[in-house]
Design a protein around this ligand. Structure first.
Ligand code: SF4
Length: 68
């Protein structure tokens, strides 16, 4: 599984980084970035939770190239 941030939609709220710090962090511009190329299986649930909680739907999650 992997994740992508649609940077133009990110409002910098930080919810993703708080919910799943294994995958997301805030950069110096105050926007979220994905810090791993592959989301490890044991943090997939947290990653999906973060994506679902994003208020602007800026987080996309893919499994084997398909959006989930
Ligand atoms: S939860 Fe969404 S809007 Fe908030 S920092 Fe993360 S990507 Fe940006």
């Amino acid at each position: 599984m992997n994740s992508v941030i649609l940077r133009e939609l990110c409002n910098g709220c930080g919810v993703c980084a708080k919910t799943c710090s294994e995958v997301f962090m805030m950069d110096l511009q105050g926007k979220a970035i994905v810090k791993v190329t592959t989301v490890l299986q044991d943090v997939e649930k947290k990653c999906l939770e973060a994506a679902n909680q994003c208020p602007t739907k800026a987080i996309e999650v893919y499994r084997k190239g398909k959006r989930i």
